[in-house]
Design a binder for this molecule. Structure first.
Ligand code: NCD
Ligand code: ZN
Length: 354
């Protein structure tokens, strides 16, 4: 393999996206078509309105997604349930045989469509105990929602107040800290003994940008997501973690589209749309770290290993080519438009399916 600096082309298996929002209805034409171009599988987030918190809703949602997969694409949605009051220990007992891959816990009020989430972690303990027994992974939006905690501190406080005690209480529960954004999260994950079943997903925006991108020179709503972009030290720590070859860190785009008018609004929604070209965005970040050779395991292996599923092995491949191109200004999104991450900006990588 040439030195990282000289790599101008990578041919990789299709990626796994272990954190993806596909939305529903006519948004699926866009989201499923875009994601299935470069991803073979994706963990599909359940924060629809109403939330996907029953087997029937998950079955209907899966069917709706599958209907939107373009011909000749082989895409597998890995379905999750939303931890609301409707989830019981009985639900957890049946989850695996009903085709559920994991349960997602959004602390109430933490992010988009989290109003039905459960605010007290202790109230969830019986569910977590059953999940541990059933070996059903718990995916966590790791931010506290207390009004007195600064938005930039919410992840770090969550780790200390919620995650560490939770980890102690359920040592065998598989936990994924979704979309980590801080040096504190990296430090915590790196401090765990190898046997500890805790992992983290990392988004392209948190590898590429710090909060200046969002706030300097005018407020840029298309860079607003939750957890919010942090400072440069945090970004560097994430980039180091993602490119370190540590299998606890793997790819989850958190691609989360909102119609243009919902973002460009006096109270704009949180979420960045990276579904169009996430592999190119990750390549740009890994290139900055001189670590393009580390992208394959981050995107195609570590997550599958953590969840105990086979590494992707379809005969389709993804070619990531070093070639300057401009990200479109907007994309059709049902009757609306969605603005992709880095719209109208130049990027050095582009993707092809071969
Ligand atoms: C997500 C969404 O819009 O569904 N938004 C985001 O900013 N990431 C929800 C989430 O994952 O927090
Ligand atoms: Zn998300």
């Amino acid at each position: 393999m040439p030195a990282n600096q000289q790599i101008t082309e990578l041919t990789l298996p299709l990626f796994d996206d272990f954190h993806l929002h596909l939305r529903s209805g006519n948004a699926l034409t866009r989201t499923v078509s875009d994601a299935s171009f470069w991803a073979r599988r994706a963990i599909v987030m359940p924060n629809l309105q109403p939330p996907v918190d029953s087997f029937d809703l998950a079955d209907n949602y899966r069917a709706e997604i599958i209907k939107n997969i373009p011909a000749e694409r082989n895409f597998e949605p890995l379905m999750t349930l939303y931890l609301s009051e409707n989830i019981t220990t009985d639900t957890v007992k049946q989850a695996k045989e009903r085709g559920i891959f994991a349960i997602k816990w959004y602390p109430k009020g933490a992010t988009t469509n989290s109003e039905q989430g459960i605010s007290s972690v202790q109230a969830c303990y019986p569910i977590f105990a059953e999940m541990e027994k059933q070996e059903l992974p718990l995916l966590i939006h790791g931010e506290v929602t207390d009004v007195d905690i600064d938005i930039f501190d919410r992840e770090a406080v969550f780790i200390d107040r919620v995650l560490i005690p939770l980890r102690r209480e359920f040592p065998n529960l598989k936990i994924t800290m979704e979309h980590i954004t801080t040096a504190r999260a990296v430090e915590y994950l790196c401090s765990l003994p190898e046997t500890e079943k805790t992992a983290a997903t990392i988004t392209p925006q948190h590898l590429l940008f710090n909060r200046n991108q969002l706030l300097v020179g005018g407020i840029k709503p298309h860079f607003y997501c939750l957890p919010i972009l942090k400072c440069e030290t945090d970004r560097k720590a994430l980039l180091q973690a993602a490119t370190s070859g540590n299998p606890r860190f793997f790819l989850g785009t958190d691609s989360a589209p909102h119609a243009q008018n919902k973002k460009e609004n006096s109270c704009g929604c949180a979420g960045c749309y990276s579904g169009l070209n996430a592999p190119a965005l990750y390549a740009q970040a890994f290139e900055e770290a001189g670590a393009l050779d580390k992208l394959k395991n981050f995107a195609c292996k570590f997550g599958a290993d953590f969840y105990g599923i086979e590494t992707e092995n379809s005969d389709k491949r993804l070619k990531i080519i070093r070639k300057e191109n401009t990200i479109p200004a907007n994309l059709d999104y049902g009757e609306d438009k969605v603005i992709p991450l880095l719209a109208e900006n130049k990027i050095h990588w582009q993707i092809e399916r071969i």
